[in-house]
Design a protein around this ligand. Structure first.
Ligand code: DMJ
Length: 675
């Protein structure tokens, strides 16, 4: 039976199918639809399809999650699998090797989903929650449909005017937020923010030399790449990478400010401040790395604020932090790796284990976010990082180790292999490194009151020592990586920061192991120095092996480069502060001289492509971390200990000093306590 037309009838009529039949009594329908009719049909159809997809894909799989009350909010967190005994072959490795071993995670990968806190009541609750979510999505779509229908009734001009009004409102809101007065909070005691005269003329001369190198790096950036993220010292023009999106955010300026300040280069500092005041705008359509922006920009701005007391740095840090918040809008609260500063849309790197988030990225926010909450009076930042911590605390860790990848949609570790043994990657170098560093530093920045962070750090160090740290044939201590089911006897330049971390964490370690950890720091420093000493340029390669006859040397061409990285010098500096053994100043000086000899060019400093070649090619990049970290650690190495004393300051992973928050009343609501 034909039904009355839902859509307006066209004036064109069709002839009755059979004259005289009952069909002819019904209105004649036209053969085609008008454009607007087609559009409405399309709209309805697409809403319906979205609804179906929403139901299938976006509703959480209740079998993989359970409700968990963090005390902050009700969130979905992943299953916690019960650890299984070590692999069938009895190996004491984190992944239990092949052949169906691989511990708890392999059981998951094999499809054996475990239901925790089970029971009929539990399942019933899940069903109700799902039904509620479905209802919400349905209501959302119906509302959107209604709005679309209403819109279509309006004229083009009306729609245009409405869009403009909305745009103005958003812009005004943003302006208001930018001008928002931040609360006055007590500023921690800032001890040792300048001077640092080392006392003896020889060391003073070295300190001066480092300052001269800083002037050379900054001066050339100032001249050839001002406002760009980084400098191409050979091409003498601006440079950028995908971590900053397609933006010109002056990364080198922000990263270098505190180094300029502690070196007493105040004219340069003022120049940088002026640029930031006039030009640094975060409302740009750029997809940036949340981690990099946090450690370089937020860290840099906060440090510049604390050192100089200039409000503009605090304001800018707060504005930027707000722009990063949308990256936390994931089903688990584990942030996306990248966020578009304008739209707030986030996503992960395509190469990171099927769209996973990276441990060293989402695990390296704590220091800056605690300070942001402190300075803005808004607990949201602290809550975000505490949520990440709680989630990690409740996850299964194969043999106590944290895998490098975590899927922010499912809350499961990445790299689970559905067809065989689980292949986690665990590393104290790239992808893992600063997560461990921040556990320790979260404890330090809280004036040692955040004992939960300290416990996580201690447990992690114990597992790392047991499973990743080995001695080479010639007795060099190295930190390997778990990859593809075995310990890779390779150490990255990035991993060399761990020497400093062990030394920094020695005091306060359990079972009176302070001496042990200081010794471990010294051994890592020695190994990393060896990796420098065994090269032609006396600069360290990106990665070096301990296999067979190879002892701390890079074998592959693509591991032989040095890109002005700081980690080895960072470790020398921490070791110097804790031991005052003159060899650390000696090793630091060797590195400084090598950098000056082989990386210095007329237009700045450049990385080199092969540290084993006497005439290496340049990579033509002056990394912003060269000014933020490498030169700062060198300068501190040749300064007295009362410049930025470690009893008062904690350095973020980009070497930006942040004061320890002690003996002050927190302005924060919630459970942040700074005594
Ligand atoms: C810096 O940006 C930071 O130190 C980060 O933690 C990792 N490494 C680079 C410099 O090598």
């Amino acid at each position: 039976m034909a039904s009355p037309a839902l859509l307006p009838l066209s004036s064109r009529r069709m002839a009755a199918l059979s004259p005289g039949s009952s069909v002819s009594f019904y209105p004649h329908h036209r053969a085609t639809l008008r454009l607007s009719e087609k559009f409405i049909l399309l709209l309805i159809l697409s809403a319906f399809i979205t609804l179906c997809f929403g139901a299938i894909f976006f509703l959480p799989d209740s079998s993989k999650h359970r409700r968990f009350d963090l005390g902050l909010q009700d969130v979905l967190i992943p299953h916690i699998e019960q650890p299984r005994p070590a692999g069938r072959d009895g190996r004491d490795g984190p992944q239990g090797g092949g052949g169906g071993g691989g511990g708890a995670a392999a059981a998951v990968a094999g499809g054996g989903v475990m239901v925790h806190g089970g029971g009929e009541e539990h399942r019933h609750r899940h069903r109700e929650e799902e039904e509620q979510l479905r209802k919400m999505i349905r209501a959302d779509h119906e509302r959107a449909l209604e709005e679309a229908k209403e819109k279509l009734k309006k004229s083009k001009d009306q729609i245009r005017a409405e869009i403009q009004t909305e745009k103005n409102r958003v812009a005004q809101d943003a302006k208001k937020r930018e001008g928002k007065q931040l609360p006055q909070v007590p500023i921690p005691k800032l001890v040792g923010i300048n001077n640092g005269d080392p006392g003896d003329p020889e060391t003073r001369e070295k300190q001066e030399k480092i300052k001269e190198m800083m002037k050379h790096a900054w001066g050339n950036y100032r001249q050839y790449a001002w406002g760009h993220n980084e400098l191409k010292p050979l091409s003498r023009k601006g440079h950028s990478t995908n971590i900053f999106g397609n933006s010109q955010l002056g990364a080198t300026i922000v990263d270098a400010l505190d180094t300029l300040y502690i070196m007493g280069l105040f004219d340069e500092f003022r120049d940088g401040k002026e640029w930031i005041e006039k030009n640094l705008d975060f409302s740009v359509n750029a997809e940036v790395s949340v981690f990099e922006v946090n450690i370089r920009f937020i860290g840099g701005l906060l440090a510049a604020y604390y050192l100089s007391g200039e409000e503009v740095f605090k304001q800018k840090a707060a504005q930027l932090a707000e722009k990063l918040l949308p990256s936390f809008n994931t089903p688990t609260g584990i942030p996306w790796a990248m966020v578009n500063l304008k739209s707030g849309v986030g996503r992960n790197w395509g190469w990171a284990s099927a769209g996973s988030s990276i441990l060293s990225e989402f695990g390296t926010l704590h220091l800056e976010f605690v300070h942001l909450s402190y300075l803005t009076g808004d607990p949201i930042y602290y809550k975000k990082v505490l949520h990440i911590r709680k989630l990690l605390q409740n996850m299964d860790r194969p043999h106590g180790l944290y895998p490098n990848y975590l899927n922010p949609r499912t809350g499961r570790w990445g790299q689970q292999n559905p067809f065989g043994p689980t292949l986690y990657h665990t590393s104290v170098g790239g992808l893992g490194d600063s997560f461990y560093e921040y556990l320790l530093k979260a404890w330090l920045v809280s004036d040692k009151t955040d004992t939960e962070a300290r416990k996580m750090y201690d447990d992690a160090m114990e597992a790392i020592e047991k499973h990743l740290i080995r001695k080479s044939n010639s007795g060099l201590t190295f930190i390997g990586e778990w990859k593809n089911g075995h310990l890779e006897r390779k150490m990255g330049h990035l991993t060399c920061f761990a020497g400093g971390m062990f030394a920094l964490g020695a005091d306060g370690s359990p079972d009176d192991k302070a001496g042990h950890y200081l010794q471990l720091g010294a051994e890592i420093a020695h190994t990393c120095h060896q990796s420098y000493d065994k090269t032609v340029l006396k600069l360290g390669p990106e990665a070096f092996k301990f296999d067979g006859g190879t002892e701390g040397v890079a074998l592959r061409q693509n591991e032989k480069y040095y890109i002005l990285r700081p980690e080895v010098i960072e470790t020398y500096w921490y070791m110097w502060r804790f031991t005052h053994d003159p060899k650390y100043r000696q090793w630091g000086w060797e590195a400084a001289q090598a950098i000056d000899k082989y990386c210095r060019v007329v237009g700045g400093f450049s990385g080199v492509k092969d540290v084993y070649s006497s005439s290496p090619a340049y990579d033509d990049v002056q990394q912003s971390f060269f000014l933020a970290e490498t030169l700062k650690y060198l300068y501190l190495l040749f300064s007295s200990d009362d410049l930025l004393p470690l009893d008062y300051w904690v350095f973020n992973t980009e070497a930006h000093p942040l004061p320890i928050l002690r003996s002050m009343n927190s302005t924060l609501s919630g459970n942040i306590v700074f005594q």
